[in-house]
Design a protein around this ligand. Structure first.
Ligand code: PMP
Length: 394
């Protein structure tokens, strides 16, 4: 039977990772893979995570199953981090999931249970796994314009024009902050216009938030999500702790489903538990418990916030350095967008051929859609990248 299997399409980013590993050039720079790296090129275990893990090892007395939704304390702590006081907790159902990807997958499955004819509107471009999971589940995808490759900012008029086709049967998927792959984000006035459209159409918004704290700050990065939560009747939120807690491999995520009234919460919660049960039964607990320990201990939380802030400011400084260097070399402001973008990524808006030239001639690796991971840079490699960008003629 297994001989019937056909080869699956290769994951672009994973393919790039192995090419990079095999490249013997000592000057190579990896701007492909989506993990945070410090100036030494290391993805560190955060101090607060180490401390919380040490406590768990000391204090944990059982590894027995927890519950289908995961530890309720995790759901509560993460909900506070994401939503603060923007919405009454009685309206929220939530489940722990394996990473943000698990939350995205369960969200899509939930809406398909609610409406077998659902379509999901996604930004063009979006995180490729959105499209791939939707395709796998057989859910139709409709792309809305998002990125203007001339200005490298959001094509807001195009976005609103395309979202005019949304119906009450559809889901609109939005990135809460730090849009992946572009780095270009809506401002709060634009978010308000999107909210008005959502309410006019009666569709279900879904927010994927995987980089809270990587853009303008923990509170600032949650502002749009909170505004939406307080302004619409229903909302799905898929959150990831992979980046902001640096616990990628622990697979720690949360799916929140907000209903219009508290009286539907129990049924929604039952559906979320059911989906966890069908797909993997109990969600992973270790990462979730580490996050809970950090968020509920003032000292650990303060230390985590300080380290996260250092990471964020480091990425902003690299953005500014690169924009300045490119301005100097090109004599133009056309790369100013790099300093305006937020999060770990910027789409520099060039062709796959140019990206290939960067790899072949300069050992600089980025995804073929020209997404670069800013955290892959350091103060020494920024001028190297800037020169290469100018030399290949971007
Ligand atoms: N959503 C977006 C937009 C992402 O960029 C990512 C991470 N690449 C995720 C979700 C999921 O991350 P993870 O499953 O590693 O938590």
């Amino acid at each position: 039977m297994l001989t019937n299997l056909k080869e699956q399409p290769k994951d672009k980013i994973l393919g790039l990772m192995s090419m990079y590993r095999e490249d013997p050039r000592p000057t190579k720079i990896d701007l492909g893979v989506g993990v945070y790296k410090n100036a030494e090129g290391v993805t560190p275990v955060m101090r607060a995570v180490k401390a919380a893990e040490a406590r768990l090892v000391q204090q944990q007395t059982s590894k027995a199953y927890v519950g289908l939704a995961g530890d309720p304390a995790y759901g509560a702590a993460m909900t506070d981090l994401l939503l603060a006081d923007s919405v009454a907790r009685e309206r929220l159902a939530a489940v722990a999931t394996p990473g943000g990807t698990g939350a995205v997958r369960q969200a899509f499955e939930l809406v398909r249970l609610a409406n077998p004819d659902v379509r999901v509107f996604v930004s063009d471009p979006t995180w490729p796994n959105h499209v791939s999971i939707l395709g796998y589940l057989g859910i139709p995808v409709v792309k809305y314009r998002y990125f203007d490759s001339e200005t490298r900012a959001v094509d807001f008029d195009g976005m609103m024009e395309d979202l005019a086709d949304v119906t009450s049967d559809d889901v609109v998927l939005l990135h809460g902050c730090c849009h992946n792959p572009t780095g270009a984000n809506l401002n709060l006035t634009q978010w308000q216009a999107v909210i008005d459209l959502i309410n006019e159409k009666g569709c279900l918004p879904m927010i994927d938030i995987a980089y809270q704290g990587f853009g303008d700050g923990l509170e600032e990065d949650a502002a749009a999500t909170r505004l939406v939560a307080s302004s619409v009747p229903e909302l799905l939120i898929a959150a990831s702790c992979s980046k902001n807690f640096g616990i990628y491999r622990e697979r720690t995520g949360l799916l929140i489903a907000m209903g219009e009234k508290a009286d539907t919460t129990a049924i929604t919660q039952g559906n979320l538990n059911h989906l966890n049960r069908q797909n993997y039964s109990f969600p992973p607990d270790h990462g979730a418990r580490v996050v809970t320990e950090i968020l509920t201990d003032p000292e650990l939380k303060a230390d985590w916030m300080a380290e996260l802030e250092d990471m964020r400011l480091g990425m902003l400084a690299l953005r500014q350095q690169l924009a300045d260097e490119l301005q100097r070399l090109s004599g133009s402001d056309r790369f100013g967008f790099i300093a305006q973008h937020r999060g770990m990524f910027s789409q520099i808006g060039t062709t796959p051929d140019m990206v290939e030239n960067l790899r072949a001639e300069h050992a600089i690796y980025m995804v073929s859609d020209s997404r670069m991971n800013v955290a892959g840079l350091n103060a020494q490699s920024v001028p190297v990248l800037a020169r290469a960008i100018i030399e290949v003629g971007i």
